[in-house]
Design a protein around this ligand. Structure first.
Ligand code: ADP
Ligand code: ZN
Ligand code: ZN
Length: 703
């Protein structure tokens, strides 16, 4: 049969990460297609969406007629530009996933279902009907806001805005966007936030400032139709501003000139499945490639960003490559709360809420001010326990306890979701007297209501206690409703997990308390102190935001009141905390002074999971030892033996991990790639029977 030569194309399609199929597939077409064009192609028996990546050749050993044809293009849709393709290719390579997987998961799912007519109709709707509105005026800038903006206007960056809680960072972001849009008639800006539903205020503020038409949101809470609409608006340039969570870093924005990453330290910028990318890090890469300014902002920057924005010093350190902008003062000269440590060693045994804390709360209620209590454990009690035989409510499927939820009298595993009714008696010995051990937010709420039963508000009404955590906010819209109740003053005492500590501009809170923060002080994860310090600083930042309110206070209940972390917290001294943590990291060669990757294996048996990882490591070491240049490469990378993960079993799957560490990012990546090749080669071997999957986490955030 005669096949016309036509055009040979390499196309990215959705392929499973570990499949044998290469990252790009070859297709032929009778008409030319530009790189970045979206097309429909056959894959197996299905018809799938693909992105034309480059002109290809007939793959060696394949008859031209065996190459499948492109079925059609998505007409009317401009191709995805080279910068977008570069970002996707980089992310795939850096986080060790297939290019097709990263490319296709960065596109709205509904794009796969549309034909050209449906698409044309949607594109037509995007034409702006009216002239874009001029932004409404914001408040007069504080001197330090004006100063930060002036510095921003001077250089390419990247910038780290180190601004205290309540210093008005958001206003700086909005003005930076405003200046850009005024300067460049087509420019687009990307505003990234950790979790959009935690800050419904912000979205409203952005839309109000720039007009609803100019702004689109991008996050996982949208319907498929909303996602497509927003994506098309950004891709076509009709939307000037994209406001989104980590996924928005992949938004197609042909005129992107500014990327803001708010609360850049937040863990939710790291994707925890599939391609485990850091949206913050990709934002920096993207900005550099497409010439967009990048502005990271935080009151408690990640130690990485802090280190990369350090100044040059006299000892010859040239300093970091980010420019640090400082906003130490709160708006309106509102004071930060005074931090008091309550020494729990001097409280009666098993005290939940110490006398000083209870008194402080009572005083707030009587004055009509609000209090916020932070406890990072939801449920009623983390464990149910039998004092007679020692039985505990372990999950059958996980190496974890099931949490007691009193509201519906269930034991729930927070890892696999397994739920059952609380047993009437100890399942092991029949003792009827099984009791909760430890405490969660649900119990704290109950306990508080009892303690405050006789306390009245200034209007004579009884005190109102509310709780916000993952359990109370499961229903769509419930978080917004509950936050609104706090803002409007309907709540006197708010109990919750870290959800309440982040970003909220509460105006009437004058007391914040950390009920039981100690466990993170002695965690095996080297990032635990950094996370704890950030959480407590952020929590402190919710208090005293309005200078018109009385003086504000933060109480920390701890058995280790002299711990340096709490000393630094008392002084609100992030730089001191960061300096001491960084010194420790440096002496232990931990990030940012080295680079890490984690390799994880899941299997039915722990020994299979570990055996698989160790076998790959040994095979690699044997292979590299043969060539001198390879041996030099290997010498730069530490490969540790496989160990069980700290949460060893989840939903009956055993998990093991292996850590790779190197001062050289390049060496780490080269070793990782070759290790992956070993894993692929070994996975079918009979001794690894029972292996379920493996995955790579580059720059892991938890170890
Ligand atoms: P941050 O994000 O730094 O914690 P916000 O951006 O939430 O701080 O600002 C704190 C409060 O100050 C907000 O209520 C905000 O509206 C207000 N604000 C910010 N800038 C100004 C300004 N220049 N003048 C008056 N109020 C401001
Ligand atoms: Zn028992
Ligand atoms: Zn479980």
């Amino acid at each position: 049969m005669d096949v016309s030569p036509g055009h040979w194309l390499d196309i990215a399609v959705q392929t499973p990460a570990h499949s044998a199929v290469g990252t790009l597939l070859s297709y032929r077409s009778t008409v030319p297609h530009a790189a970045g064009q979206l097309v429909r192609v056959p894959l197996g028996r299905r018809e799938v969406l693909g992105v034309v990546w480059s002109a290809g050749r007939v793959p060696a050993g394949l008859a031209p007629e065996a190459v499948k044809p492109v079925l059609g293009a998505l007409e009317g849709l401009p191709p995805l530009n080279a910068e977008w393709r570069q970002l996707v290719a980089f992310a795939a390579q850096y986080y060790q996933r297939s290019l097709g997987e990263v490319a296709l998961s960065a596109l709205p799912p509904q794009l796969r279902e549309l034909d050209s007519t449906q698409l044309a109709r949607r594109l037509k709707k995007l034409q702006p009907r009216e002239a874009p509105q001029a932004p409404t005026a914001g408040p007069t800038l504080s001197p330090q806001q004006a100063q930060a903006l002036a510095q921003l206007a001077q250089g390419p960056g990247p910038f780290l805005l180190f601004g205290n809680t309540g210093s008005g960072k958001t206003e700086v972001y909005l003005r930076a966007v405003e200046a850009l849009l005024a300067r460049e008639p087509k420019a687009q800006a990307l505003l990234m936030v950790p979790e959009i539903n935690l800050t419904p205020q912000l979205e409203a503020r952005v839309r109000e400032r720039f007009g609803a038409e100019a702004v689109v949101a991008m996050h996982s809470g949208l319907t498929p139709a909303q996602r497509l609409k927003g994506w098309l608006a950004a891709h076509s340039g009709a939307a000037r501003i994209v406001l989104g969570t980590r996924m928005a870093v992949f938004a197609s924005m042909p005129q992107l000139k500014l990327i803001v990453v708010d609360e850049e330290h937040d863990a939710s910028y790291k994707q925890q499945e599939g391609a485990r990318y850091s949206a913050r890090d990709l934002a920096l890469y993207r900005g550099q490639r497409c010439g967009a300014q990048v502005l990271l902002g935080s009151a408690t920057p990640s130690l990485e960003s802090w280190h990369h924005s350090r100044a040059a010093d006299a000892e010859g350190d040239a300093g970091g490559r980010y420019v640090r902008l400082l906003m130490p003062e709160r708006i309106g000269a509102a004071a930060l709360p005074v931090v008091r440590r309550v020494d729990m060693n001097h409280q009666p045994r098993r005290t939940v809420l110490s006398a000083p804390l209870v008194q402080a709360i009572q005083a707030r209620v009587q004055r009509g001010e609000q209090s916020m209590l932070l406890l990072n454990r939801r449920g009623y009690a983390p464990v149910l326990h039998c004092a007679d035989c020692g039985w505990k409510s372990e999950c059958r499927h996980c190496s974890a306890f099931r949490v007691f939820h009193k509201i519906d009298r269930t034991l729930r595993c927070h890892h696999c979701g397994a739920t059952e009714r609380v047993p009437r008696a100890c399942p092991a010995c029949g003792n009827a007297d099984i009791a909760p051990l430890g405490r969660g937010t649900e119990q704290l709420e109950e306990h508080l209501a009892e303690l405050l039963a006789g306390v009245q508000r200034p209007d004579g009404q009884p005190v109102r206690v509310a709780r916000i955590d993952a359990d109370t906010t499961r229903l769509k819209g419930s978080l917004e409703t509950q936050l609104a109740q706090v803002h409007s003053g309907e709540v006197d005492v708010l109990v919750g997990t870290q959800m309440i500590a982040k970003g909220h501009d509460f105006r009437r809170i004058t007391l914040v308390a950390a009920v039981n923060p100690d466990s993170a002080l002695f965690s095996s994860d080297f990032r635990a102190p950094e996370r704890l310090f950030a959480l407590l600083m952020q929590a402190a930042g919710r208090a005293g935001r309005d200078a018109a309110q009385g003086p504000s206070e933060m109480l920390v209940q701890t058995f280790h009141p002299t711990h340096p972390l709490f000393e630094a917290l008392k002084r609100h001294d992030y730089p001191a905390f960061a300096a001491s943590e960084l010194a420790e990291r440096e002496s232990a060669s931990l990030p940012p002074f080295s680079h890490q990757a984690l390799l994880r294996a899941d299997a039915r048996d722990q020994s299979v999971a570990q055996g698989f990882l160790n076998a790959a490591r040994q095979a690699l070491e044997a292979e590299l030892a043969d060539a001198p240049e390879d041996a030099a490469l290997l010498a730069q990378v530490s490969l540790y033996p496989a160990v069980p993960m700290s949460l060893q079993k989840v939903a009956d799957v055993e998990r093991a991990q292996m850590l790779l560490e190197s001062p050289s990012r390049k060496a780490l990546h080269r070793v990782l790639a070759r290790l992956q090749a070993q894993l692929h080669a070994l996975r079918g071997a009979p001794e690894h029977k029972g292996l379920i999957r493996w995955l790579v986490d580059v720059d892991p955030q938890a170890i």
